[in-house]
Design a protein around this ligand. Structure first.
Ligand SMILES: *[C@@H]1O[C@H](CO)[C@@H](O)[C@H](O)[C@H]1NC(C)=O
Ligand SMILES: *[C@@H]1O[C@H](CO)[C@@H](O)[C@H](O)[C@H]1NC(C)=O
Ligand SMILES: *[C@@H]1O[C@H](CO)[C@@H](O)[C@H](O)[C@H]1NC(C)=O
Ligand SMILES: *[C@@H]1O[C@H](CO)[C@@H](O)[C@H](O)[C@H]1NC(C)=O
Ligand SMILES: *[C@@H]1O[C@H](CO)[C@@H](O)[C@H](O)[C@H]1NC(C)=O
Ligand SMILES: *[C@@H]1O[C@H](CO)[C@@H](O)[C@H](O)[C@H]1NC(C)=O
Ligand SMILES: *[C@@H]1O[C@H](CO)[C@@H](O)[C@H](O)[C@H]1NC(C)=O
Ligand SMILES: *[C@@H]1O[C@H](CO)[C@@H](O)[C@H](O)[C@H]1NC(C)=O
Ligand SMILES: *[C@@H]1O[C@H](CO)[C@@H](O)[C@H](O)[C@H]1NC(C)=O
Ligand SMILES: [Cu+2]
Length: 586
């Protein structure tokens, strides 16, 4: 007895150690991914409009997927299309430990070619439980190829609620992805057109429209009386920055932003930009209140959504329904039941506080400040430039991480040149950072060459930054330090850069957003505007954290299959992929 159990103990220690020697595994038929996503392109009808779209598992949005913090999960993504590339990005997850799984074709991986598949290894941290989404990172595909991604709490969530609902917001464009991409990169420039609707969970009715097929109707969110719900809002819109609020339910408390729990913050409306996520606690009506409302003829309630900061605001709806009440999803109200304010500049800034201490770096810990000026360059093409340079999909047809593994040392950005040049090495156009640095990144809105200004939801891959606010004019350290006094910044991954005027002098600074971040994870990460049109027009930057040795920490033979387009790490129906296991060795 004694011997056998000690043998087990020995084996339990030895077996993982032996397997750990080879991180490479054939993912043959014996390997079972935790989740499978299949991506196709076809005509779909959402919000009463038929459109050729890239979709996940046949629908837009794709299925909601749920992962557990602290656990390794494998997601197999099939590109079932014949003529398009694909990647899948896990928006908001810090991918530090599995660098080839970030899903950005400019940063971390070759696209999954037609009729290939790729196994993504995700290991969300326990403290990152919250609301995320997945989306393709190629061209304009993310307008439809996306779906909710929830990281569940390992233990009980810190807030009590009786149920939850996801509100997944998407835009609806008449033009196809190909038309949008072609127009935006053409000379002369051609705009994508505006969104024709903001969809909720794939549903919508056009303004003044009539209900028809299943998704040509309003989304219904079912509530029971006397309960507390967690409502997860996911800003998966391509372009639309929206303001939203519920009719008759304005007892809302924000409890999570971008995957970090916050102290409860009461609000009566929300502003959600592309890429942002929030959870709120919503108290449903009591039975008494329902009776009172029904006596007044109110049998259901609307969620009202309005776009902001575009030439025209559009208004769309979903409905909240209760048992015994009405669940009419085919009628848009004649006049808006909710009054939503215009854009609140700096909404939530300096107010949101983390639920738990989050190691916010003080000003004295900041080792370096990098200012990124974002400016539109208008001539017969229109592009977006950061510190004078733009980064489009065609700029460098090579994932940056692959370049570094391929021993293209000339591509390792020079730290010295970057320091001399405001943070960007102007030869590689990348922004380098050393592990251990505490960066302060200031995104500075700048008048276009024709004086125009716009708003931008800025998103960082690979890292959750501490958001230290926003303001008008030019960023001023000492003034912002005064405003930060007594506040507790939260960690975010997408926050808005506002505009403070419709136009300004070309090149003038007009509005900023600032972040602090601790450089802890080596790798290649992108920081970009999350408006898909702006990305296509070059509004992206690439950050290279760590030295050569930090970044190339994996032996060459284990990453070789990742270094070519269609390499061994990519499977097909005639070949099992050879995959590196970063987290678990079995
Ligand atoms: C997606 O579809 C495939 C089959 O086509 C199925 O095996 C898989 O479970 C689906 N994924 C999800 C998350 O529902
Ligand atoms: C998809 O729908 C569009 C618009 O209705 C139509 O023009 C096109 O022919 C359809 N394509 C396919 C493959 O069905
Ligand atoms: C897919 O990506 C590869 C590598 O960047 C590129 O050579 C190829 O042209 C792309 N194919 C399509 C259909 O876009
Ligand atoms: C919102 O802004 C518009 C245009 O600037 C203005 O006409 C309108 O009165 C504003 N509405 C509110 C509620 O402030
Ligand atoms: C237009 O601006 C772009 C971006 O700065 C530049 O590359 C291009 O040369 C300009 N074209 C003309 C005709 O000035
Ligand atoms: C790059 O930056 C250095 C240092 O500021 C400067 O001397 C050089 O002219 C710049 N090169 C380019 C191509 O802009
Ligand atoms: C800019 O912001 C500061 C601080 O919020 C405020 O005091 C000032 O009035 C604003 N200036 C303009 C021109 O809006
Ligand atoms: C920042 O603001 C302070 C006033 O709080 C002012 O004295 C200082 O000149 C400003 N700094 C810059 C660079 O504008
Ligand atoms: C704001 O816009 C108005 C009108 O377009 C203009 O007169 C004013 O100079 C602008 N303010 C700034 C700071 O650019
Ligand atoms: Cu933008």
């Amino acid at each position: 007895m004694f011997t056998i159990s000690s043998l087990f103990v020995t084996l339990a220690i030895l077996v993982p150690a032996i397997l750990a020697r080879s991180p490479l595994h054939y993912h043959d038929e014996s390997f079972l991914p935790d989740i499978i996503l299949r991506v196709t392109a076809k005509n779909i009808s959402n919000g009463c409009l038929e459109r050729y779209s890239v979709v996940v598992n046949g629908t837009s949005p794709g299925p909601e997927i749920r992962l557990r913090g602290g656990k390794t999960s494998w997601i197999r993504v099939y590109n079932d299309m014949d003529d398009k590339n694909l990647t899948m990005h896990w928006h908001g997850l810090s991918m530090a430990a599995s660098p080839f799984s970030d899903g950005s074709p400019q940063g971390s991986q070759w696209p999954i070619g037609p009729r290939r598949f790729f196994d993504y290894e995700l290991h969300p941290r326990i403290e990152h439980a919250g609301t995320y989404f997945y989306h393709s990172h190629i061209g304009f595909q993310a307008v439809s190829a996306s779906g909710p991604l929830i990281i569940e709490d390992r233990d009980e969530p810190p807030y009590r609620y009786d149920g939850e609902h996801t509100i997944f917001l998407q835009d609806l464009f008449q033009a196809t992805d190909d038309q949008v991409e072609k127009g935006l990169t053409s000379i002369p420039f051609q705009w994508s057109g505006e969104t024709s609707n903001v969809l909720v969970n794939g549903h919508g009715l056009p303004v003044g429209g009539k209900a028809g097929s299943i998704s040509c109707s309003l989304a219904a969110i079912q509530l029971e009386p006397d309960k507390t719900y967690r409502i997860r809002f996911i800003g998966a819109t391509a372009l639309s920055f929206v303001s939203l609020g519920f009719q008759g339910h304005n007892n809302l408390k924000i409890i999570e932003a971008d995957g970090e729990y916050t102290r409860p913050l009461p609000v009566d409306y929300l502003q959600v930009g592309p890429g942002e996520r929030f959870s709120v606690l919503l108290k449903s009506k009591t039975r008494k209140e329902l009776q009172r409302d029904r006596a007044k003829g109110i049998n259901q309630y609307f969620l009202q959504i309005e776009t902001r900061e575009r030439p025209q605001s559009i208004r769309t709806y979903a409905v909240l329904t209760y048992p015994g009440g009405s669940s009419d999803v085919s009628t848009v109200p004649l006049s808006p039941p909710v009054t939503l304010p215009n854009t609140t500049l700096g909404w939530l800034d300096y107010q949101l506080r983390p639920l738990k201490p989050n190691d916010f770096p003080s000003l004295s810990e900041v080792t370096r400040r990098v200012t990124i000026t974002v400016q539109q360059i208008v001539n017969n093409s229109i592009t977006w430039a950061q510190n004078g340079y733009s980064w489009t999909e065609s700029f460098r047809q090579y994932p940056y991480l692959v370049l570094l593994y391929e021993e293209q040392y000339a591509m390792l950005p020079s730290y010295e040149s970057a320091i001399a040049n405001g943070g960007m090495d102007n030869k590689t156009r990348a922004f380098p950072g050393k592990l251990g640095e505490v960066l302060e990144i200031v995104i500075q809105n700048t008048g276009a060459t024709n004086g125009n200004l716009d708003v931008h939801p800025f998103h960082a891959h690979g890292v959750h930054y501490y958001d230290i606010g926003s303001g008008n004019g030019t960023y001023n350290v000492s003034e912002n330090e005064k405003r930060l006094k007594g506040t507790e910044p939260v960690r975010r991954d997408t926050t808005m850069l506002y505009k403070y005027n419709q136009t300004t002098t070309p090149g003038a600074h007009e509005g900023w957003r600032a972040w602090r971040l601790r450089v802890t994870d080596a790798g290649v990460w992108m920081i970009h505007c999350h408006i898909l049109q702006h990305m296509i027009m070059g509004m992206q930057t690439v950050w290279v954290f760590g030295d050569r040795e930090d970044i190339r920490s994996l032996p060459y033979e284990s990453v070789q299959g990742y270094l070519t387009y269609g390499g061994d790490a990519y499977g097909s129906n005639t070949r099992w992929p050879r995959v590196m296991h970063y987290w678990d060795s079995s």
